[in-house]
Design a protein around this ligand. Structure first.
Ligand SMILES: [Zn+2]
Length: 309
């Protein structure tokens, strides 16, 4: 993703993995293939691998540099994590290289926000050092939604049969709390003027979006409120990972309606390429417009994934 400014804030990202990932009808169990293909035909080829019938999904972390803080949003899958499954056992070197390419060291991060605590959003919260999980960012305060954290804690403690999910909480979240570096907050938490959360429950029990306002600019990191531009035009399509698909759809529609036809920059976790973009209303639904640049300035004109109405 090409870096851009939100007022005085610089936003960039680095990638852990990218490329074709899941078929549309696997990712969205209520989708029908013909409808999905009709929509995808109108979108940029970068969002869908037609030859393999796979949606293109990026796993990435975002770096937000405000005049006062270095902030990391979502920490991908992480390294040396047990029981994550073969699909997530790819090399994690690109993430380390990407982080270093920002000229940052782990010590430089002031805040880590996890939009939610799924396996691909909290992995680099910790590293394995001498057989022990320790916070990767020693000087950071980690912001976890209280509702989200407590839900996974309860699942970890009560559903021992659900071993894989429990492990994520145990190795990537609990050690941060035990180190005294976690701040469990409400879903409308405000860190300071211009940095605040809004709820996006449904994809996970307590998912939140992270908002930044600087000067007159507004950007919202939406986590997994949507995984693909298809969900703008078909907002009822929740993913196979959503425990509450209807609540996820309600959250999606509320957020899409709130940003539609505004200059709010929307940054979904998994969109490939430029990732960031804008939302336009289109009849009863919406369409996605990827950010483009004009003389280095983000512009909402001429986006590549425009869906003609
Ligand atoms: Zn995700």
């Amino acid at each position: 993703m090409r870096a851009f400014h939100v007022g005085d804030i610089l936003v960039s990202s680095f990638i852990e993995r990218e490329g074709p990932w899941r078929a549309p009808t696997v990712m969205f169990p209520t989708a029908d293939k013909a409808t999905a293909l009709a929509h995808l035909k109108k979108m940029s080829p970068e969002v869908y691998d037609a030859a393999q019938d796979l949606l293109v999904i990026t796993y990435q972390s975002f770096v937000v540099r405000t005049p006062k803080h270095n902030i990391l949003i979502d920490t991908c899958v992480g390294d040396h994590k047990p029981l994550r499954g073969p699909a997530l056992e790819y090399s994690k070197q690109p993430w380390l290289d990407g982080f270093a390419a920002h000229g940052l060291q782990f010590e430089d991060i002031d805040y880590v926000f996890c939009t939610h605590l799924h396996v691909d959003h909290c992995g680099w919260n910790t590293r394995l050092i001498n057989g022990k999980w320790v916070p990767t960012f020693p000087n950071a305060t980690y912001i976890f939604g209280k509702k989200e954290y407590e839900a996974w804690e309860a699942m970890a403690l009560e559903e021992e049969r659900n071993e894989r999910r429990s492990v994520v909480w145990e190795d990537s979240c609990l050690p941060v709390v035990e180190a005294g570096q976690a701040k469990l907050v409400e879903a409308d938490f405000e860190l300071e003027d211009g940095i605040w959360l809004t709820p996006a429950f449904g994809h996970s029990p307590g998912q939140v979006c992270v908002n930044f306002r600087s000067k007159s600019d507004h950007a919202i990191f939406t986590g997994d409120m949507m995984h693909h531009a298809l969900q703008c035009v078909e907002p009822d399509w929740s993913t196979c990972f959503c425990p509450s698909p209807e609540e996820a759809a309600e959250s999606r529609k509320r957020i899409l309606a709130s940003v539609a036809d505004t200059d709010t920059i929307v940054i979904p976790a998994h969109f490939p390429g430029q990732t960031a973009g804008y939302v336009d209303s289109a009849g009863d639904a919406w369409r996605w417009r990827t950010m483009e640049f004009d003389n280095g300035i983000p512009t909402r004109e001429g986006g590549k994934q425009t869906m003609p109405v």
